[in-house]
Unconditional design. Sequence first.
Length: 71
Amino acid sequence: MAGFAKKDVDITANKDILKIEASKGEKKKTFSISLNDLVSPEDITSKMSNGLLTVTMPKKQIKESFAIKIQ
């Protein structure tokens, strides 16, 4: 995100889409990324250093198999 400060960038996510919006005066950029079922939106993190935005999207922790209690 060269040319933008941390305060100029907004990141939002829901279960389907990660959206990055940056604006500074007349300059605007928008990026959208589709998320699949393997990404845990609640656990997405980001950091910005020297104009480089890094977004980390961890996979959901899914056990291969698990027992289901019969009621």
